[in-house]
Design a protein around this ligand. Structure first.
Ligand code: ATP
Ligand code: MG
Length: 472
């Protein structure tokens, strides 16, 4: 494709040159010659009229001699660069300013009616000239009687020479235009064609799955902007591809490892490798792994519900303070084991929000579960609610292991777990926060995280505030 475009341009350029040249050589040339001929004939006619009325008449009425008139007409002929004749009505030449041109003194077969209604003739003038000549005549009339004719002759070749000189200017102009077009072509090559070729090459690389290729165009125009956008798109596509690969790898890994251990332990129990008295311990591990698989499947099903259409929410007005307290209760056992305490800083006695209560419970459950899992022994978790601009801000803050800076963006992805957390929590699926994010987005609200590795993490989300008296 790339070569064709350039060839087309070059071909267009050459065709333009040839057409322009042919047009000047034929059309312009003919029009110019016609114009010069018409103009010359009319000025010759004006001159012949003038001369016949002045000098020629003077001869016939005897006020000037033939010699005097001849010398006068000769200077006019030189000035006009033409031959001037004075002939009698029968065709006998009385004056010829260029006596070398015709030797005979009588024009054979002279017949003025051959001119018809025209006052000029183009040809050899009754076989007196060897080349094509324009002859213009004016009758010399004395006392209403035609006594002779004044003729001015000019060879057509003189006019052709004039036309050629004029055409040379046109050719020169065309050459300059052609040169300008060539400069334009060069400019176009550098500013449009070469960038397009680079973009096309990159697009081919992308279609083969090679998203590493970068388009090196940094011009501050549409091309530069296009290249920038395509580079950005390629980068996004490459991360998307990478994400998908990771997603599949994570799903397969998370399903395979519990299944492998379940299979291993069951085989060992069946073939007696694990003695009868030890079976309970391993059956418990199998139960643990089965629960994990169950949780994984539940999580995936849950996430699947928040597809493109989102899930149907059962929005109600409820007291978020009360909900927080209820959720905390279910963690009492775990907290006791890790000696973790809760600090509640809640606005007022009650704080009503409009949302899907069971879904918000799930959000709180996931956030508090994370906070406990990634907190150290003997620490405290702070849960705070604040009201601002018709919103209730709910924050869950821990002083645990924190999230590394480059993982912060990724924690919302399905199956994502930071390296720090893997050792601490083998049961985790990495789906909890993905579900949290979907639920908050389904409410058209926001959730943010602030975390420092080794210091702690705080999750803050908003819910629309409502009045207790107006339950939805
Ligand atoms: P699950 O929620 O299914 O039990 P999980 O807790 O590992 O699994 P998410 O809740 O989605 O998965 O959290 C994803 C990852 O984000 C966690 O594995 C952990 O690395 C990090 N993370 C989340 N909350 C915290 C926190 N409070 N402190 C430190 N790291 C956290
Ligand atoms: Mg979690």
């Amino acid at each position: 494709m790339k070569r064709t475009l350039y060839l087309k341009l070059l071909l267009g350029y050459v065709i333009f040159g040839i057409l322009a040249f042919v047009t000047i050589a034929t059309f312009t040339s003919r029009l110019t010659l016609n114009y010069i001929e018409e103009d010359t004939i009319s000025s010759m006619y004006r001159e012949s009229n003038l001369l016949s009325a002045s000098y020629a008449s003077n001869y016939y009425n005897g006020s000037m001699t033939l010699a005097d008139i001849t010398s006068q007409l000769q200077s006019v002929a030189t000035y006009l660069d033409a031959d001037i004749w004075l002939i009698g009505s029968k065709g006998n030449i009385l004056i010829n300013t260029d006596s070398d041109s015709v030797s005979s003194r009588l024009i054979k077969d002279f017949d003025i009616s051959a001119f018809g209604s025209n006052y000029y003739q183009k040809g050899d003038f009754f076989h007196t000239f060897s080349e094509k000549t324009i002859s213009v005549f004016s009758p010399v009339t004395i006392n209403y009687k035609v006594r002779g004719y004044l003729l001015i002759h000019k060879p057509v070749s003189d006019l052709v020479g004039f036309k050629d000189a004029f055409l040379n200017i046109s050719y020169l102009t065309l050459a300059i235009i052609f040169l300008c077009a060539f400069v334009m072509l060069g400019l176009f090559t550098f500013t449009v064609y070469l960038p397009i070729r680079k973009i096309t090459q990159a697009a081919r690389e992308y279609s083969e799955g090679n998203f590493e290729t970068k388009i090196n165009i940094h011009s501050n125009d549409e091309m530069g902007y296009l290249a920038g956008s395509i580079n950005y798109m390629a980068a996004e596509l490459s991360t998307l591809e990478e994400d998908q690969r990771k997603f599949i790898a994570n799903v397969s890994h998370d399903f395979r490892s519990p299944l492998t251990s379940i299979k291993g332990y069951i085989e060992a129990i069946m073939d007696g490798t694990i003695p009868h008295e030890m079976q309970d311990k391993y059956l418990n591990i199998i139960l643990f792994e089965t629960e994990r698989l169950n949780k994984l499947t539940q999580g995936m099903l849950e996430l699947n519900k928040y597809g493109s259409k989102g899930s149907m929410l059962d929005v109600n007005s409820f007291d978020i303070n009360h909900t927080i307290k209820m959720v905390i209760q279910s963690f009492e056992g775990t907290c006791k084991k890790k000696r973790i305490s809760f600090e509640l800083i809640l606005t007022g006695q009650t704080s009503f929000v409009s949302a899907d209560m069971s879904k918000i419970q799930q959000v709180l459950y996931n956030l508090i579960d994370n906070a406990i899992k990634f907190s150290n022994m003997d620490s405290s978790i702070t849960i705070e609610t604040t009201e601002k601009n018709d919103k209730v801000f709910i924050s869950v803050k821990d002083t645990g292991i924190g999230i590394p800076k480059d993982s912060i963006k990724k924690i919302w992805e399905r199956f994502y777990k930071t390296d720090l957390s893997r050792g601490k929590d083998k049961r985790g699926t990495g789906l909890g926060l993905a579900i949290v994010k979907e639920i908050i987005s389904a409410h058209n609200e926001n959730i943010n995280v602030i975390s420092t590795e080794g210091v702690g993490t705080e999750f803050i989300f908003t819910l629309p505030m409502t009045k207790e008296e107006n339950p939805l």
